[in-house]
Design a protein around this ligand. Sequence first.
Ligand SMILES: Nc1ncnc2c1ncn2[C@@H]1O[C@H](COP(=O)(O)OP(=O)(O)OP(=O)(O)O)[C@@H](O)[C@H]1O
Ligand SMILES: [Mg+2]
Length: 260
Amino acid sequence: MSTVIDLQNVSVVRNGRAILDSVSFQADSSQRWVILGPNGAGKTTMLRVCAAQIQPSSGSADVLGQRLGEVNIFELRTRIGFASSALANQIPNSETVLNAVMTASYGVTGRWKEEYDSVDERRAMRVLGEWDLSDFAERPFGTLSDGERKRVQIARSIMTDPELLLLDEPVASLDPGAREQTISLLSGYATSSYAPAMAMVTHHLEEIPAGFTHALLVQDGKILARGEIGSTITSESISETFRYPLKVSYEAGRFSVRAA
Ligand SMILES: Nc1ncnc2c1ncn2[C@@H]1O[C@H](COP(=O)(O)OP(=O)(O)OP(=O)(O)O)[C@@H](O)[C@H]1O
Ligand SMILES: [Mg+2]
C-alpha cells in the first residue's frame, strides 16, 4: 500500500476566485474513490490536478510520489490514466480510434512523429477488444457517437497500464445497456487487486461501480465529507451536498437516490 495522491492545502485560483479552496486529500493505492458534488463544485478541477494536467496556484500536490512543478509532467502523465470529455475534445477528428488510444503511451492526443512499436499496437488492440471497440480501430474518431467516444476515452486511459486511473463522468451519455456494461467492467477493475488506484467523478449515485471503497463529497471548492463509502454516502450528507432533501438507498453494492 502506498500513497498515490497527496494534496496539501491545494488551491486553484481563476479570475480571482478559488475554484478549489485549500483542499487537502490523500489516497492510497488500494483505494477506489468516487468524487461527488454539484455542478461547478470543483470536481473536474481537482481531478485535473491529480492527473498532472494543471498545477495548484498554491499548496503542494504529490502524485505517484512526484511533486507537481518539480518533475517532468509528460513522463508523469504516462503513469496516470485520465478519461475526460475535455481531453477527448483534443483528439483530432481525423485520428483513427487505434491512434487515439495508442497516443496515450506518449501522453499526447494527436499522432505526429512518435515512433510506436508493435508492442504498443498489440496492447492498443487488446484494450480496444476489452472495451468492445475492435471494429472501430480504423474509424476516424470524429465519426463516433457520444457513447462510442466515451468508451474510447476509457480505453485510452488504461492503455498505459497506469498506476492511477482517473475518470471524469465516464458513463455520462451512455445508453442504459452500455452504461451497465461499462459500470460492470469498472467494477471488475475496482475489485481486482492488480488494478490501479482509482478516482471517479460523477453526479449520479447509480453510476458508482460496486467495489468502490471511499467517497469524497465536494461543494464550492471545498471538501464536505470523506471516508469509507458506506458511512460517507448517507441521505443526510447527500442532501447537504446537493442542497436538496434526498433519500439514498443501497442494494447489492449499488446506490440509488430519489427525493426524500
Ligand atoms: N479556467 C477557468 N476560468 C474561470 N473559471 C473556471 C475555469 N475553470 C473552471 N472554472 C470554474 O470553476 C468552477 C469549478 O469547475 P469544475 O469544472 O471543476 O466543476 P465540476 O465540479 O467539475 O462541475 P460539473 O459537475 O458541472 O462538471 C466552475 O464554477 C467553473 O466555471
Ligand atoms: Mg466536471
